[in-house]
Design a protein around this ligand. Sequence first.
Ligand code: F6R
Length: 343
Amino acid sequence: MTDTPLSTAEPGTPISSLPLGQRIAKTRVPTLRFESSEGTGHYVAQLIARLLRQRNQADKPTVLGLATGSTPIGVYRELIRLHREEGLDFSRVVTFNLDEYWPMSEESIHSYRRWMRENFFDHVNVAQANIHIPRGDLPRRSVDTFCEEYEQAIEEAGGIDIQLLGVGRTGHIGFNEPGSSRDSRTRLITLDPVTRKDAASGFYGEENVPLRAITMGVGTILSARQVICMALGEHKAAVVRQAVEERPTDRIVAIFLQTHPDTQFVLDAAAAADLTAIRTPWTVETVNWTPLLERQAVIWLAQKAGKPILKLEARDFHEHHLADLVEVRTGLVQDVSACVRRG
Ligand code: F6R
């Protein structure tokens, strides 16, 4: 794993102005890891700001697909700072939010519409008429037509340039829960119990979380020209590993992002912790061994080989990508023996 500048950096962008992330080896989709959640927010905000400046210069609109939730907060915070301190202009921006609970009144403290106002729209100069958010206040009989019109509005705006996503513990993107098809479009869906549990604290109890939501479909999301899926925190580590390392299945909807030509996952260190290249880097690339890594590798090898550490043989090291450690094996075995003796 190496510190690399942005893989997506475009000509003319001074590399030094963009936050650096570690490009993770051997994932099925480009994946960047940052030490902190702040790093992810700055990086994604810079990607958005860069496109916005280019489009503004050409007097063209920028169409953004936006997410709510705890994950993108740092992005919005940084975009607001760029607007206030560097004059980043949002006047030509058109936005489409991913989802909204249904039923949900606009003014409810739980509504995503209100969340977007408080966390972003009230602090930048996006024109009111350019903001699109699924309506949670419609009667059931009007929802399907609304969903079709939402799709049309995206198309009429010229399609989404950058789609920002978080990922749920069920693997949902938007509120496309397990089983959603790759071609699904904007529609009313039933929330997974895990998603409702995760939302429970905000609603003062799971029983208050709506059962349903309106969400852009997987197909709608995949129609965006660029997709940035963020994940923060150790509670996302397992689903992130599945999303970027496993083969496509509709069980984990975020895996469909692997089929998009311009997607990247942007992770903090905790969300990246389960990735193979982080947990067991010696299985995917040449590593710079440190005493800590050596010990981790030997413990892993003992588990893999199903043997106590003191019984590991040179052959075990060779068979499990740890030939490098054969030479240090004797020392390690002595260390372990000493530890065992000390109790
Ligand atoms: C929100 C959305 C959801 C969230 C996901 C992660 O608009 O579409 O998919 O991105 O549930 O939520 P947080 O960021 O709160 O962990």
